[in-house]
Design a protein around this ligand. Structure first.
Ligand code: UDP
Length: 242
């Protein structure tokens, strides 16, 4: 049984990183394709207007709170989310598991060459993983069937999808029934972090819940999207129920 809370109508799984890892292992035992997604505050706000996105989140098999705003909101309204569980950290745990159990993965996403570079670095750290395929995340609509066929032919256990949010969530949801993988996980910019083309915020920012500030400094053009965070907090503070 899943233990979930709703933040502004968006269901999110409770628990810490280890609980998320345990659920991933259970999902891996199932034949059909399960999806793991990692929404942050921006995505929860986007889902208020985008009902397709809301349904995609409702359909996902594990939804972890990858946004400090979600944890603040939960604390203020006593919803029961205690830990921020990031996609980067869960991806690391998944890779660690795949290494110990010689699982097969496919990395789909990023600019040309990025998933290959990420593969190289992943294999340095986790040599027992079998990376059965790579593909950049830039493609035309008419290429999608060929992409799915290529993934299926490679027979990965896990598909990491890094197309940015909410594109990756919608893509995985749309093709879930066609994908012959056990788990498809949306990993956004984590592929870039593995490739070394982006850096994660230093630990001090992570500890202080200021990863968003680091990102704003590095990618100032994202400020419009990031304005969602204060908007979200105001909404939380002004509403009786969220
Ligand atoms: N990306 C991609 N295809 C696209 C759009 C984005 O592969 O059509 C990749 C992009 O190169 C980057 C990753 O998705 O590696 C994350 O993008 P972004 O930073 O916009 O998303 P977020 O981290 O907010 O999910």
């Amino acid at each position: 049984m899943r233990d979930r809370v709703e933040i502004m109508g968006v269901p999110i799984d409770k628990g810490n990183l280890n609980d998320a890892r345990e659920r991933f292992i259970r999902l891996l035992e199932e034949e059909s394709c399960s999806t793991i997604i990692t929404p942050n505050t921006e995505i929860v706000m986007e889902a208020q207007k985008d009902h397709k996105l809301l349904n995609v989140i409702k359909n996902a098999d594990l939804v972890i709170p990858d946004g400090i705003g979600l944890i603040y909101a939960s604390k203020i309204k006593r919803k029961g989310l205690t830990d921020r569980v990031t996609g980067v950290d869960l991806m690391y745990k998944v890779l660690e598991y795949c290494d110990r159990n010689s699982k097969k993965i496919y990395i789909f996403g990023g600019k040309p060459g990025v998933s290959e570079k990420a593969t190289e670095n992943i294999l340095k750290k986790f040599p027992n993983i079998n990376v059965v395929g790579n593909r950049s995340g830039y493609f035309k609509l008419e290429e999608e069937q060929e992409i799915i066929e290529n993934i299926n032919k490679s027979e990965p256990d896990i598909l990491f999808t890094g197309l940015g949010a909410p594109k990756q969530e919608k893509w995985m949801d749309q093709y879930k029934s066609q994908l012959k993988v056990r788990v498809a996980m949306g990993v956004g910019g984590s592929v870039d972090i593995w490739a070394g083309t982006a850096q994660r915020a230093p630990e001090i920012y992570q500890k202080l819940g200021l990863e968003w500030l680091y990102r704003l400094k590095k990618e100032p053009w994202r400020y419009k999207r990031m304005m969602m965070l204060p908007k979200f907090m105001i909404k939380v503070l002004l509403s009786k129920e969220i």
